[in-house]
Design a protein around this ligand. Structure first.
Ligand code: PMP
Length: 453
């Protein structure tokens, strides 16, 4: 069509071709490394997602520090992707780098606790208000284990998720609503079980649907991001979580909050910031400053039931945990990160700059009269191709446009600005500066001028 989401489409495609040529001609080293890597890497990359960026071939990184990335061709980027949250507190924060270096002299992994374990658990409890903690290597793993605990605790076999959610590579959650009916997500590879047997799915912000899905009395837990962030951003309506948590409790299910992305809301995540009473909570990605690690917490009551469930089970494999879980390196990194990096002062800076970004983007969109909107959760900001923020997963999905995203992302990238590849999400970290924000908004403004024509 001639106009797509307010954009002159022929012009946008011509722009994309110019940007691709520009990227390719100015990055001989990335191109050569891509060709070498293609020999023995599936899709030519170590993780096939790395092939999903807007670039004609992968951008190879030389180094990443603070808010910047340097590529192998000598270009620098201000990084608003920040490893899609893994580096939300900046790349290689000095305190974490120092703690890892010190721990390196004392060993990596022993399958025994180090002295950091108790300190970290105390600090997690102080921040997140959960009584007891366990660890995992990734947020995917933490969600998988938390679901297993919830089923073991409640003796119920089903979970409930919100349409359009993402919680990592957890099979149970890949159930979507299509024309009001649950279906397995078609993109899922190699999944042969019928996931709809044990997963219910309702739209976010729909209390009536939540109530009737829970009324069967067979849901172990509701697994949710307090605000959806993986289908574009969808904020809860005012009062949604207060009412939803009452309903969940009334039907004997547990509320499992996945704060992996919404940790952008504050040092204790969204649920603490907004006073939502959860039973279990997951945080991954940046919790150890970018070192692979995730944590999950239990309220006192839930923890007691989890311990009872384990004691009642026969000895042997629990299906929970992996050999390298809570290794000494990760614990040292997490301690340094919680103590010195993920601080209240860091959040205050991030909020101020994210607000500046939000306002700048909104003004640029208004200036060019585009039917786009901007949403923000603390340090996480997103622009979306619709005039008003979507209210649920279906609405958010309807305005995803991979082609337009690639045009936008590549234009920014060629001008030294990285944003998250799979949608239009931007994070600011403690090292992001006002100059970075001003520059982002200026480049965004010049992009909109070109798209509008
Ligand atoms: N939960 C949420 C909310 C996420 O956004 C993600 C990843 N995008 C995960 C869990 C999984 O994280 P990981 O890929 O590090 O396991």
């Amino acid at each position: 069509q001639a106009i797509r989401y307010g954009v002159n489409w022929a012009q946008a495609q011509a722009l994309y071709q110019r940007e691709r040529t520009d990227f390719a001609t100015r990055r001989p080293r990335s191109r050569a490394l891509s060709q070498q890597a293609a020999e023995h890497l599936l899709f030519g990359v170590p993780l096939h997602w790395m092939d999903d960026w807007s670039t004609p071939f992968a951008l190879y990184v030389e180094s990443a520090k603070g808010a910047s990335i340097r590529d192998v061709d000598g270009f620098s980027y201000t990084d608003f992707c920040l490893g899609d949250t893994g580096a939300m507190f900046g790349h290689a924060p000095q305190a974490v780098a120092d703690a890892i270096a010190a721990q390196c002299a004392k060993g990596f992994t022993t399958m025994l606790p180090s002295a950091d374990a108790a300190w970290v658990a105390n600090e997690l409890s102080r921040r997140f208000g959960m009584d007891k903690w366990q660890f995992a290597l990734s947020a995917s793993d933490a969600n998988r284990y938390a679901i297993r605990w919830a089923r073991a605790i409640t003796g119920r076999d089903k979970i409930l998720v919100f349409n359009g959610c993402y919680h990592g590579t957890v099979d149970d959650v890949f159930v979507d609503l299509e024309d009001g009916l649950p279906v397995q997500r078609a993109s899922l590879l190699g999944q042969v079980y019928d996931l709809t047997c044990h997963t219910r799915v309702v739209e976010f912000n729909d209390l009536a649907a939540l109530e009737s899905a829970l009324a069967h009395g067979d849901v172990a837990c509701v697994l949710a991001e307090p605000a959806m962030t993986n289908i574009g951003m969808v904020l809860p309506k005012p009062g949604f979580w207060k009412a939803a948590s009452d309903i969940i409790r009334r039907h004997g299910a547990l509320l499992l909050m996945d704060e992996t992305h919404t940790i952008s809301s504050g040092p204790g995540g969204y649920a603490v910031a907004e006073g939502v009473p959860a039973d279990m909570l997951v945080v991954g990605k940046p919790v150890a400053g970018g070192v692979p690690c995730a944590v999950y917490g239990f309220s006192a009551d839930t923890a007691a039931k989890a311990e009872a469930a384990k004691r009642a089970a026969p000895p042997g494999h629990s299906g929970i945990g992996t050999t390298l879980t809570a290794n000494m390196l990760a614990l040292a990194a997490m301690r340094a990160n919680l103590e010195q990096v993920m601080t209240d002062a860091a959040y205050a800076h991030m909020f101020r700059l994210a607000q500046m970004l939000e306002e700048g983007l909104r003004a640029a969109i208004a200036r060019h009269d585009l039917p786009w909107c901007v949403t923000r959760i603390g340090a996480r900001t997103e622009f979306q191709f619709c005039p008003r923020p979507p209210q649920n997963g279906s609405e958010a999905e309807a305005i995803l446009d991979g082609e337009l995203e690639h045009i936008v992302h590549l234009y920014l990238l060629n001008r030294g600005l990285l944003i998250t590849p799979f949608h239009n999400m931007m994070l600011v970290c403690p090292e992001t500066t006002e100059t970075d924000i001003t520059r982002f908004v200026d480049v965004f403004d010049s992009l909109l001028a070109q798209l509008k024509g």
